[in-house]
Design a protein around this ligand. Sequence first.
Ligand code: GDP
Ligand code: IMO
Ligand code: MG
Length: 439
Amino acid sequence: MPGIVIVGAQWGDEGKGKVTDLLAEQAQVVVRYQGGNNAGHTVVVGQQTLKLHLIPSGIHRPGVLCVIGNGLVVDPRALVAEMDELEANGLDTSGLRISANAHLVMPYHLMLDGIEEERRGGKSLGTTRRGIGPTYTDKVARYGLRVQDFLDIAVFEEKLSQALEQKNALLTAVYGKEPLEMGPILQEYGACAERLRPHIVDASLLVHEALTQGQNVLFEGAQGTLLDIDHGTYPFVTSSSPVAGGACTGVGIGPRLIDGVIAVSKAYTTRVGAGPFPTELSDDVGDHLREVGREYGTTTGRPRRCGWFDGVILRYAARVNGLTGLALTKLDVLTGLPRLKICVGYELALSKVEGYDGQVLKEFPYQGAVLARCQPVYEEMDGWAEDISGARTSDELPPQARAYVARLEELAGVPVDIISVGPKREQTILLRSPFATPQ
Ligand code: GDP
Ligand code: IMO
Ligand code: MG
């Protein structure tokens, strides 16, 4: 031990990749526990910018074992392409390990993701169209193909044939599409199987042994708390469990082996895709956050919706993840805004006609319809004009920035361990390492 979970506090893209890469310096193993290549984790080292989708963000640290846990859904074509890209950039992927129990994203999953989004019309979820939802659906419905089926291609072929029977019935009879042929899929996936076979392991055993031998293990979450299938803004969520609890089922270790949970949170809020977003801004401040923060999706390039920091969400993230610390990112993006707003509660608009009933919610509402009617209650603080991207200690931050961080810490009831002031590794104020022995 220790095992430290890194989880997104908001709707994803909080900077989990940067924080994981930073902390991986002190780790022996980095393991992803859910999601798939819907994730896009950016790691900037020197002049090199890596956009990781399936490979854990420890890959830039030589000697760190990178593991894909059973909780992921793996598109093997995307994984092979990512490995090739990293190798072309001079990185060694020979040490990558993939859980035999992870599920495979198949071509029909991508098709179904697209078809289902189209059928939802104006009520589409805005998925990444990487086949994530349909793959998890098949996992739970027990139709899935798994990474271990690559170990014996005859087994894979038989399972594919069964799956195609069921999927072709759906594609043709329900959706009026052409049936899929087995041959091309078998050829493409067979080539992936050859390539990935040496990397397939019992990831639960590997991570358990690392922890019990006293190694430091980072559990890297994808997406974020509000995209969680159970605890997020359903149905505008992803199909897995990004919250810290997902780390146990997504890797195959027990909760007693988790020693800390760090949430990564932006100093403001963003969301990509549809769904409620109480502090969303459609004014100059929203444009400032999007342009200065370069808020365009890592995976899909879509512009991210931007808004003020939401303290109700942070408190909720602290609860459902059992947070022990916070990594606050993109503080530099707030530079130049004269006044900063922090959402500290939600006022509930009963209806547009009746107006508000004055009730202020302090807890994140569990009903989607209620969240959709919430208006943020703001506190205001002074901003700062100084460039903070070179700050390496909190003393080097202007007093207004320190006060802002202190207020967020107070709202969360969780200490800020890391403040990030730029995309690069070194643009970080490390106040306390999560791997440090508690005093
Ligand atoms: P992830 O999905 O949580 O790993 O986050 P993404 O990589 O999708 O998005 C975060 C973006 O913000 C990336 O482009 C990072 O390089 C960038 N980033 C991370 N931390 C900071 C920071 O403190 N300041 C600025 N300006 N950019 C940051
Ligand atoms: P990282 O790990 C931000 C969003 C999609 C959509 C919803 C469902 O980079 O933070 P899906 O394809 O998962 O079925 O889409 O979830 N989404 C993300 N938003 N960051 C991500 O990952 C996301 N992964 C999925 O935009 O709203
Ligand atoms: Mg991302």
